[in-house]
Design a protein around this ligand. Structure first.
Ligand SMILES: [Zn+2]
Length: 339
């Protein structure tokens, strides 16, 4: 088994009915399916983990039983009332994703496979595609995230003996679902760097979850970046408290947060979103280029080196296709070769 491998199988985008018959909204499944195809082509030189499907019940580690039951019934297009269940709380971006449950089962399977190989000492680092999940909460979802594969994988990793887990999220949007799932959990530390003014968020009031104050209250770390067009007094006017950072502080704030992790991690998970690239959504917020994704990766790998722990990276957001692919290639190159 190689020290680095990818997991980009077409099964991670399997649907339970033909996707052209599903009424997706915005940059939902069809976009991610295209991204996966392009990633598979661009990263074909790396060894691949075998395809693996897990049961939907593996998601019970982070989602409620009722929510999963509702999604299965929705996918089967059966009336929920018969089962005394209410419609799950899903925002527009999630419509139709219940038909992607097979893909979610294969996506989580890849993360489990990587973790199992890491546990056996066969694998040091991996890059796995799954349908995105960092906005999925225990019993609801938004922002194209129905289920949260990386959070379920973190729980699975703990069962395999990786006690302390660092989850790094550099997608331009706050990893609010992941933060809520590990709220007050001292064995998992979520570090999210994101735009303070996040347009995919469910409601303006939800922006509060992305502040330094909100993260500290539940034992995690947020680095909210305030876009250049907003004045310093904008956050307090919106009722947002805590510290905010500007575009030129993004990398130093990230490094300083890595320097202040409360313990030595046994495993590092990355939610690797590329919508934070300056030519996607990060123009006035991060200013990041492809090279900066390599720099972010190196900063995380330095932590991993000191801790002597494996790193599992999960593909995140990114809406400009060529930029997403180029940034992912830059990240993966570093992940596979940095020593
Ligand atoms: Zn995003």
């Amino acid at each position: 088994m190689p020290k680095f491998a990818t997991y980009l199988h077409p099964q991670t985008c399997q649907t339970s009915k033909p996707s052209h018959l599903i009424p997706f909204k915005g940059y939902s499944f069809p976009h991610y399916s295209k991204v996966r195809q392009e990633l598979e082509k661009s990263l074909s030189d790396y060894p691949s983990l075998p395809v693996r499907r897990v049961k939907y019940s593996e998601y019970l580690r982070v989602h409620t039983r009722e929510y999963l039951q509702q999604l299965v019934l929705l996918a089967a297009e059966k009336p929920l009332e018969k089962f005394n269940l209410e419609m799950p709380h899903l925002l527009g971006g999630c419509w139709g994703l219940e038909h992607c449950l097979p893909g979610y089962a294969y996506g989580l399977g890849g993360l489990f496979e990587a973790i199992a190989q890491m546990k056996q000492g066969n694998l040091e680092r991996a890059y796995c595609f799954s349908l995105v999940g960092h906005h999925a909460h225990a019993n609801w979802g938004h922002g194209y995230c129905l289920l949260n594969p990386l959070a379920a994988a973190a729980k699975y990793a703990q069962e395999q003996g990786f006690e302390k887990i660092l989850i790094v999220d550099w997608d331009i949007h706050h990893g609010d679902g992941t933060q809520s799932m590990f709220s007050g959990d001292r064995s998992v530390y979520c570090l999210s760097i994101h735009s303070a003014i996040d347009l995919y968020m469910a409601k303006a009031s939800d922006l509060k979850r992305g502040t330094t104050t909100a993260a500290e209250a539940v034992g995690h770390c947020n680095i909210p970046l305030l876009p250049a067009r907003f004045a310093d007094d904008f956050p307090p006017k919106m009722g947002l408290t805590g510290q905010f950072y500007r575009v030129n502080e993004s990398l130093s704030a990230f490094q300083s947060a890595l320097d202040q992790i409360p313990w030595t991690p046994d495993l590092i998970l990355i939610f690797s979103g590329y919508d934070s690239h300056r030519d996607d959504c990060g123009k006035e917020t991060t200013g990041w280029t492809e090279a900066d994704f390599a720099a972010l990766t190196e900063a995380v790998l330095e932590v991993a080196k000191k801790a002597n722990c494996p790193v599992l990276s999960n593909h995140g957001g990114g809406y400009k296709l060529p930029i997403t692919i180029a940034s992912a290639v830059s990240h993966v190159k570093t992940l596979a070769s940095y020593s």
